[in-house]
Design a protein around this ligand. Structure first.
Ligand code: SF4
Length: 230
């Protein structure tokens, strides 16, 4: 399998673990605020193949204690199962980042116990989902299905939203709160502008507004916190 990128060590991506992060290119969404535009918009060149990644992980046994798989959207890869089996065989737990648009693939990997932690993006209220992911007319059904599955608690998980001034307001969180009712944890991540963002001219909200949005969700979810806020 082609691997588009590898961050060799991160303390931030996998809660409680020293991990590496594997980037798999390609995505079915076009979120204007996406930081990985180069992974999403064009077929990004491979940085390494699966064998090279597994050789790296073998060398780091005892130094790393988890592997994050991110994208793009990893669940688009038909060969993901084989990669996760090989990573597990080396003794690493796996965190999977997903946009939630492929519930059947998600359920399958969880049922096979190939994923230990799922971080799913909840991009916005169902009403504003299409514009927020850059896909006019998007069917939110699969997203709802993924949320419903994770809420069943078969695997440890978090939901998270990258909050952008141009896409999110109080109404977004008035809808997200009840939608995620009973979830374990939810994070609001402040948008950070970078050169690699798909659309120029987007802005973050300030800490005060983000705190107010978090307060709207808190009655529904026991653990709500901000990430990436100065
Ligand atoms: S933010 Fe995630 S879901 Fe959206 S385009 Fe980028 S990789 Fe895809």
């Amino acid at each position: 399998m082609d691997i588009q990128g590898l961050q060799k060590m991160t303390l931030l991506d996998y809660p409680g673990k020293v991990a590496c992060t594997v980037f798999l290119g390609g995505c079915d969404f076009r979120c204007p605020f996406c930081h990985n535009g180069e992974l999403v918009l064009s077929p990004a060149p491979a940085e390494m193949d699966q064998e090279e990644l597994l050789a790296f992980l073998k060398k780091r046994q005892g130094l790393l204690d988890g592997v994050c798989i991110t994208g793009g959207e990893p669940l688009l890869r038909p060969d993901l199962k084989g990669l996760l089996e090989a990573i597990h065989a080396l003794g690493y737990p796996v965190k999977l980042d997903t946009n939630g648009s492929h519930p059947r693939a998600l359920v399958d990997l969880v049922e096979r116990k190939l994923v230990d932690y799922v971080a799913m993006d909840v991009k916005n209220s169902p009403e504003r989902y299409p514009e927020t992911v850059g896909v006019p007319g998007l069917d939110v059904g699969p997203i709802r299905e993924s949320v419903g599955f994770l809420l069943e608690g078969m695997v440890d998980y978090e939901f998270r939203t990258t909050v952008v001034r141009e896409f999110h307001d109080s109404d977004s969180f008035r809808a997200i709160g009840p939608w995620l009712a009973g979830a374990k944890r939810y994070f609001l991540q402040s948008f950070v502008d970078r050169d690699t963002v798909i659309q120029e001219g987007l802005h973050p909200w300030g800490r005060e507004e983000l705190e107010a949005f978090a307060a709207i969700v808190r009655p529904w979810v026991p653990e709500v916190a901000l990430r990436g806020v100065d």
